[in-house]
Design a protein around this ligand. Sequence first.
Ligand SMILES: [Zn+2]
Length: 148
Amino acid sequence: MNTLIVACPSCMTKNKMVAIKQHRGPRCGKCQTPLPMAGYATPVELTDQDASQVIREADLPLLLDFYSPSCSPCRTLMPIIDKLAHHFFGRAIIAKIDTSRNHLSAGQFGIRGVPTLLFLKNGQVVDQVVGALPEDTLVTKLNSFIRT
Ligand SMILES: [Zn+2]
């Protein structure tokens, strides 16, 4: 999993954390001040090692982008996924997984092409999208996914 480094606004300590922690109300390791995460919101980069656990333990709706670095529509989608992580921070977990390096997870979810976006709630796939959709379409889709 990717990590984030977040400076504490109170004591300036740089806190290093795995990306999923941004969604769990992290506090400064030194002075316990709650860390302001919204500005740091970033997609959680999953691997075969941690995907199942993150999906199982997610207490927010989760959008998971299966991508491959060599796929052009995936690269088009990447900055949109980054924006969604900001836009939906606190309401949804935005995650991605590189299928070229994580075959197990891709197989487990029956991913046949990339990009494929899975919408998961309580560990269950409730919707999916294949191909790169425009940002506003994804925002609309995510909003209704979160509400239902
Ligand atoms: Zn601190």
